[in-house]
Structure formats: structure tokens, C-alpha cells
Write a protein that binds this ligand. Structure first.
Ligand code: AKG
Ligand code: FE2
Length: 202
């Protein structure tokens, strides 16, 4: 067992989504990925990320040899699909904010995928929280402070769990060390999906 994280502004809503809601979200995401195919981006240094990604919304998060940024078009040239209504409803339920997110980043973790510690800091406004949904296999989520190299705490996130990172946690370092491949039957071929809803431009 892992201890619940005690970081100001970090909230976990365990089992926020029931099985039917999770399945419906997966169906929504499949439609997004059909219109805007998942890719494994490279970083500025040319290293390929282990996670596959796509986005919905006004802008999508991309990485290539020019670095990280938000772009209004998929690397193949099409506009990103609209953020599914179900995701916007979840954002509204958990944040109560009038303002809607303008990016929904979708990450897919296969058996060997992970995400190194990083800050979500490519957005233009950090007053809005990031809402993060876990679907499929369990993922070991690691959370630190706002300084690189600080103390970290870890927690397993399961399918249907939703994390909100706002306030002091908005710019905290976080990452995913590994997944427990095959721990969930939500995705027939296994793996973990993470969705983050963000306000990129206030
Ligand atoms: O997969 C996760 O739970 C976190 C994903 C993440 O940190 C990101 O996409 O920026
Ligand atoms: Fe992140």
C-alpha cells in the first residue's frame, strides 16, 4: 500500500468514474485517436518518448526536435478533434469553473512505457488546475514539489481515478514510473490511458 499524498493542491478522487463511464470514455477516446492518430513524439534531443500521444481541443501538446509546445494542428496537418462532452462535464463537476479547458492530452502507456518527472509548464496560465483521468492498467504516479530534485511521494492510480493538480501542486514535478500491465480488463490489449484537461490560454 502507498500512503495518500500530502501535497497542498493535489487531490485524488478514487473511483470517480464507474465502469460504464470508463467504457464510454474509452469509446470517446478511440474516436479522437481515429481522427488524430496517436504518435510517439521525439524530444528536442531526438529521443523517442515511450508514451504514445494525441490531443483533442483547440490546441494539442506536441514535442519534436524544436521542443515542446502547443499547436493548433496535428503533425499530419489536421485540426484536433473537439474535446468530448463527457470530459468537459467531468472538468465542470470537479473544478466548478466557468472556463473550459482548451486542450485534452491523451497519453497511452504500453507495457514498457513511463513518463519522467516533469512540470506541466507549457501553458500560458497556471491559475487553472490540471484534471487528470486514469483508465485501464494501474500506474505508479510519482509527485514531488515545485523544485527539481526534491522529495517525492508515490501512489498507484487505478482505472476511474481522477487527480486534480491545482494551487501549489499545479507546478509540482510529477511522472509515472511504471504501469502494472494487465492489471485492468478495461482495454482488451492492456495498457494505461491518461487524459489531462488543461487551460492553455486564459
Ligand atoms: O499519466 C499520468 O498520470 C500523468 C501524465 C502527465 O503528467 C502529462 O501528460 O503531463
Ligand atoms: Fe504532466
Amino acid at each position: 500500500m502507498t500512503e495518500p499524498l500530502k501535497i497542498a493542491g493535489f487531490k485524488i478522487f478514487k473511483e470517480q468514474l464507474n465502469a460504464a463511464e470508463q467504457a464510454a470514455m474509452v469509446a470517446d477516446l478511440r474516436a479522437v485517436a481515429q481522427a488524430a492518430p496517436m504518435r510517439r513524439p521525439v524530444t528536442r534531443s531526438g529521443k523517442q518518448m515511450s508514451v504514445q500521444m494525441t490531443s483533442a481541443g483547440r490546441v494539442g501538446w506536441i514535442s519534436d526536435r524544436r521542443g515542446y509546445r502547443y499547436e493548433p494542428f496535428h503533425p499530419d496537418g489536421m485540426a484536433w478533434p473537439a474535446i468530448p462532452a463527457r470530459m468537459l462535464d467531468l472538468w465542470q463537476d470537479l473544478t466548478g469553473l466557468e472556463r473550459k479547458p482548451d486542450c485534452c492530452l491523451i497519453n497511452f502507456y504500453g507495457e514498457e512505457a513511463r513518463m519522467g518527472l516533469h512540470q506541466d509548464n507549457d501553458e500560458g496560465d497556471f491559475t487553472y488546475p490540471v484534471v487528470s483521468v486514469s483508465l485501464g492498467d494501474d500506474g505508479l504516479f510519482r509527485m514531488g514539489g515545485v523544485e527539481r530534485g526534491g522529495k517525492t511521494q508515490s501512489v498507484w492510480l487505478s482505472s476511474g481515478d481522477v487527480v486534480v493538480m491545482g494551487g501549489d501542486a499545479r507546478l509540482a514535478y510529477h511522472g509515472v514510473d511504471r504501469i502494472r500491465f494487465g492489471s485492468s480488463s478495461l482495454l482488451p490489449d492492456g495498457g494505461r490511458i491518461n487524459i489531462t484537461l488543461r487551460v492553455v490560454q486564459a
